[in-house]
Ligand binder design. Structure first.
Ligand SMILES: *[C@@H]1O[C@H](CO)[C@@H](O)[C@H](O)[C@H]1NC(C)=O
Ligand SMILES: *[C@@H]1O[C@H](CO)[C@@H](O)[C@H](O)[C@H]1NC(C)=O
Ligand SMILES: *[C@@H]1O[C@H](CO)[C@@H](O)[C@H](O)[C@H]1NC(C)=O
Ligand SMILES: *[C@@H]1O[C@H](CO)[C@@H](O)[C@H](O)[C@H]1NC(C)=O
Ligand SMILES: *[C@@H]1O[C@H](CO)[C@@H](O)[C@H](O)[C@H]1NC(C)=O
Ligand SMILES: *[C@@H]1O[C@H](CO)[C@@H](O)[C@H](O)[C@H]1NC(C)=O
Length: 821
């Protein structure tokens, strides 16, 4: 501070103090010292000295004047604080705005505006912008909006001006107490097609992707709205985005904090607090390059690993991939060249497009021309439209990095694949380049039409003939089916029997058989659809399962699946007689079993007594054999996933037959052990790890079998069993009785004395244990005590007993119980 100016301003100081509230400018004759406040004309913003958080250091900053919670939006000397209250902000002889510390001649901070003009003044505008103006012409010399700190105010630019070298980036504070330049940077990177990035230091952390015309590719939340008018500029000299407010009375800001959260908040005048309006939620898939090159991150398909190679690619390191480390990415499948004839593109929907740092955009090309252009150049790996509204062309050369899938909003991208891969994806279009394509298409349309005509004529004739000898044909069908049954009586299924002639029934035939799916014929309703009783051709009893419409499969896949499942032939499985696909209806035709399901016996007070001990034992063994066949002896390895009493049917001589097997296959999903979004099954029968985490495996069925076994012995329903005293379900109840040595009490009273004690005890033990069931059933050895099953869910537990208290033991038991020995 120079002496002359000091004495001059002494007299003005008094004046200034009194009018500081209405004064929004600093002229060369004025200064602002610590404690003074400069307020903008509309009184929205204030400028002055402040100390953040617990710090005692002083900073020059701008904050909202009318927001009760001091919210600093800009800091001048963020890296050079004043150590005491001696700071002074003034305009120096070169016309720059400078900050001095007491008795210092070197400024702590200055506006560094180069061409010297002494005739300048600083003004705090109502937008929150501090500007340095030439006094007479009002020309802008400098503005704080060109030097953002961590906050983006309305109409402030984010991006860069390549002519002037201005870089408008947001940089987080170091901490709440230190507004110094932190290491989180929010910026637009202009290389290739400009993209929004969040950097941590020099590392790319999150990618918002390119501008799609309405939003950033990686910010699906940013939909058209009524609060902001967004202006995105992308020309030779400038790439930038600015958010304006359509209603200027709203107080809204966007800021990046030191933990890397970018958030937008609006001030709620009534509650006197900031309300989060939007925040970039970070999922695993949002980490830049989480899945490496040429793969896609899909957080919604929890069936497996989130990283999936793009079409035509395979994991670079299958071992890392297996260990759930996707960072190595994917490479082209071995032996595949992408420069052959027959190549094409596979469409991926709803994605954040790959990193465009090396991509090219051309707003003048249509999507069709874009495809052709991409196909021409062998190093072009993908393309899409540059603008979400469908125009422009964006092409990628080389690796495709950081693609991810969104659940709702997203862009489509077309990934280049060779002919073989293209055939796999079927539906996408091949190359359009060949000139003869049109001619070929016309010829094939004619050919197909002719064929269809001929075919329908054939069908017509055939149907007439069929009507004539329907009766004899149906009998023939069922005699062939019957031979499979004989084959399977030995126990194991006869997989090898040809089944290609599994009959496909007409919808009209089935409708006639079930009296148009009348309610009177309805046998029941399950998760997969309704079951009807039918009389085929007036003489053969059948059960028709009408699958609910949301089965994820196409007709051809359904047919294949049914044909496979029909090969599962075992005397303890319900036999599939045929199927019907027509008019979006999918049905399975089963043999009809007169005694209905097991639950209609064991949970019925009157009928229960019909099941004596040998019958129950026979049923248990039969179910076990059926499951064993599904799990091990059949070629398909089926996990039932919904084993329960109502899915066990009884034939005329009370032999159990499992129904509904293979439904999980029909409804998609055939892994041996997998994680699934849709938990299919019935509570009470579902194993804990399946019900809670969606993890299913053979073990889930074994658990269900255990529950079923206990139900058969006790005659009580697991899910509906409530005892007022301790345990909340049947499994818990039986466990308690077992521990207390009263295990015989649980046996169904209607059995009387018909059961041999040891056999029953073993079964109960197995019900609680559920391991290699069939082996044990055929064994007379004395069995060790079972461990406590999971899922007992006691309301109160004895904290003194380590085996019944706390989450630890539940975890442990879950694991040990389900481990196959
Ligand atoms: C600053 O200068 C004034 C006079 O110009 C002097 O009285 C004061 O002691 C100085 N303060 C420091 C800390 O040097
Ligand atoms: C202004 O320029 C001086 C000298 O070139 C430099 O030391 C100082 O750090 C600059 N200040 C700002 C705020 O850029
Ligand atoms: C938003 O609209 C207002 C009023 O029309 C205008 O002044 C402002 O510049 C616009 N902002 C942007 C970023 O387009
Ligand atoms: C940053 O913002 C997020 C979201 O509001 C918040 O959860 C987090 O605690 C903030 N971090 C710091 C260091 O304030
Ligand atoms: C795109 O089209 C515009 C207007 O039709 C034209 O001015 C411009 O030169 C074209 N750009 C290219 C790269 O062809
Ligand atoms: C293919 O595209 C790349 C990247 O734009 C370019 O370097 C190369 O010359 C092109 N090749 C051909 C044959 O056009």
């Amino acid at each position: 501070m120079n002496q002359a100016k000091g004495s001059l301003t002494t007299s003005l100081l008094f004046l200034f103090f009194h009018f500081c509230i209405s004064i929004d400018t600093i002229t060369p004759t004025q200064f602002i010292k610590d404690g003074d406040i400069l307020v903008s004309k509309g009184e929205r913003f204030a400028l002055g000295f402040f100390s953040p958080g617990t710090s005692t250091r002083r900073y020059v900053g701008i904050w909202y004047n009318k927001v009760s919670e001091q919210t600093v939006v800009w800091v001048g000397n963020r890296d050079n604080p004043v150590n005491d209250a001696s700071g002074v902000l003034t305009i120096n002889s070169q016309g720059n705005l400078v900050l001095y510390e007491k008795n210092q001649t070197i400024p702590l901070w200055s506006t560094n505006f180069s061409t010297s003009t002494s005739n300048s003044m600083a003004q705090l505008q109502d937008s929150g912008n501090l500007v340095l103006l030439q006094r007479d012409t009002e020309r802008f010399l400098w503005q704080s909006f060109d030097y953002p700190t961590d906050t983006l105010l309305p109409n402030m630019k984010l991006g860069l001006n390549t002519r002037t070298g201005k870089n408008w980036v947001l940089t987080s504070w170091k901490s709440k107490d230190d507004p110094g330049t932190g290491d989180i940077v929010y910026r637009i990177d202009p290389s290739g097609v400009p993209q929004l990035f969040l950097y941590k230091g020099s590392v790319r952390w999150w990618r918002g992707g390119p501008w799609t015309g309405e939003r950033w590719s990686g910010v699906p939340e940013m939909t058209r709205n009524y609060i902001f008018n967004v202006s995105f500029v992308n020309n030779k000299g400038e790439v930038s985005i600015a958010y304006g407010l359509t209603n200027p009375s709203i107080v809204s800001r966007m800021m990046v904090n030191e933990s890397g959260n970018v958030q937008r908040a609006t001030w709620n005048q009534r509650d006197h607090r900031w309300i989060g309006f939007w925040s970039d939620t970070k999922e695993q898939c949002d980490n830049f390059g989480e899945c490496g090159a040429n793969s896609n991150c899909d957080p919604y398909d929890s069936d497996s690993f989130i990283c999936k190679c793009l079409p035509g690619f395979e994991p670079k390191s299958p071992r890392d991939w297996y260990l759930r480390d996707g960072s190595g990415g994917c490479i082209r499948k071995a032996g595949v060249s992408t420069c052959q004839s027959g190549e094409g593109f596979v469409k991926m929907e709803r994605v954040r497009v790959p990193d465009t740092t090396k991509a090219q955009a051309d707003m003048n090309l249509s999507l069709k021309v874009c495809e052709q252009e991409c196909l021409k150049n062998c190093s072009c790996t993908a393309y899409t439209s540059a603008d979400e509204r469908g125009f422009g062309c964006m092409r990628w050369y080389g690796d495709l990095v950081d693609t991810r899938t969104y659940s709702s909003v997203g862009q489509d991208i077309y990934v280049r694949v060779d002919a073989a891969e293209l055939a796999k994806y079927g539906k996408s279009k091949g190359p359009l380049a060949k000139k003869g394509v049109q001619a070929i298409m016309i010829v094939s349309i004619i050919a197909v039409t002719l064929f269809l005509l001929a075919f329908s004529a054939y069908c017509f004739v055939r149907r007439k003939r069929k009507a004539r000898d329907r009766r004899s044909k149906s009998l023939f069908n069922f005699t062939t089916s019957a031979t499979y049954l004989e084959d399977s009586q030995s126990g194991k299924g006869s997989d090898e029997v040809g089944i290609s002639d599994l009959p496909c029934f007409d919808l009209s035939t089935i409708a006639a058989a079930t009296d148009n799916f009348s309610d009177a014929n309805k046998l029941g309703e399950g998760g997969f659809g309704s079951v009807y009783k039918g009389l085929l051709y007036g003489e053969k009893e059948i059960a028709v399962k009408r699958l609910s419409k949301y089965s994820g499969q196409g007709n051809e896949e359904f047919k294949n699946e049914v044909t496979l499942i029909a090969k599962l032939q075992h005397r303890n499985l319900v036999r599939v007689l045929g199927y019907c696909i027509q008019e979006r209806e999918k049905m399975l035709i089963y043999e009809f079993l007169p005694n209905k399901s097991l639950d209609s016996f064991i949970f019925d007070e009157n009928k229960r007594s019909l099941l004596d001990w040998p019958t129950r034992h026979n049923i248990i063994c039969g179910i076990a054999r059926g499951i064993l066949y599904l799990h091990q002896d059949s070629r398909l390895r089926i996990i039932h996933r919904d084993l329960k009493a109502s899915n066990v049917l009884l034939d005329a001589s009370m032999n159990p037959k499992i129904s509904d097997f293979g439904m999980a296959r029909i409804f998609g999903g055939d892994q041996v052990e997998a994680n699934t979004n849709r938990v299919v099954g019935t509570y009470g029968y579902m194993s804990p790890e399946y019900a809670m985490q969606g993890l299913f495996s053979i073990k889930s069925d074994v658990y269900s079998f255990g529950v079923l076994l206990l139900e058969i012995i006790t005659g009580r329903k697991n899910s509906s069993y409530y005892d007022e005293s301790t345990s909340s379900n049947l499994v818990g109840y039986v466990w308690d009785l077992w521990r207390e040595g009263r295990s015989l009490e649980m046996v169904d009273l209607s059995l009387g004395d018909s059961y041999p004690e040891s056999e029953c005890k073993n079964l109960r033990w197995i019900g609680l244990q559920c391991k290699s069931v069939v082996f044990m059933l055929s064994n007379d050895t004395i069995l060790p005590s079972p461990k406590q099953p999971a899922f007992i869910m006691k309301r109160t537990y004895n904290s003194g007993d380590p085996s019944t208290s706390g989450a630890n033991s539940v975890n442990e038991v879950t694991v040990t119980m389900l481990e196959p020995r």
